[in-house]
Design a protein around this ligand. Sequence first.
Ligand SMILES: N[C@@H](CCC(=O)N[C@@H](CS)C(=O)NCC(=O)O)C(=O)O
Length: 265
Amino acid sequence: MGASGSKKTVETAMKHCTLWKADRSPACRAVMMALDAMNLSLNEVDVNMDKEQHKSSKLAVMNSLQTLPILKDRQLILCDSHAINTYLVRRYCDSGRLLPKDPAGRSLIEQMLHYNSGVLYPKYRAAAYPILYDDCRYVMPQHVCEIESAYAELESMLVGRTWFGSCSWPMLSDICICATVSTLNVMVPIDKTRYPRLSSWLYRMSEEMFYLTANAKGLGEFSKIIDCGHVVEEEKDKDKENDGPRTSIKRRSFTKAQRSVVGVL
Ligand SMILES: N[C@@H](CCC(=O)N[C@@H](CS)C(=O)NCC(=O)O)C(=O)O
């Protein structure tokens, strides 16, 4: 059973909330997966990072770090995927499915969020940015070693457990780690024989509906850049610019045919 539970709950539309995001960004995909796992829908604005739209004055006023994602909920502005996700869960989802209510259970999840933010994400950044921004064509050997050592750590954390959370289903920790690890896996494929638990965990995550609706497409975009470099997709950009903000519901409603294009498992 997925994090959103077996019963289909009524979609909650939050018209007062806007998320600025780019699908290729793992931090943005972590927020999109959490939204979909909670069945929440808000306005979503696609930001073209290749055109440096995330550095525009409009966004820089909200986030001087010039990074994505950015969430605005009325007067509140948050600029870190982990802070956004814990806020959204605490504010809009009281089931305890993604983040336990008891302090001990919650701390275990938060510990993994800190690991994602402080250890995994910097490894992604170090390996991917030279390819995304400096015309580097491959993952440099020192970064391959760094990523392999993260896989070894994650493998050891999965001894005796199925998920990175404290329960028998995927929680917020799994979602945030999955956004990063599925992206690292594109650059340094996880060796099933060396990391059997980690590779099974990622497979289980890839079967979750929120992975399909919120992670698969952006991961496909990222893979394309890693494999072939930047392809300027003018037509696609034009569509996005003309469309303006869209809701999470619209993003989720992509067809079976589109799913096979993004190579959903
Ligand atoms: N700790 C932040 C990291 C945010 C971050 O670095 N986002 C990347 C995209 S994944 C970004 O916007 N980078 C700016 C750039 O590429 O210029 C989070 O989890 O939200």
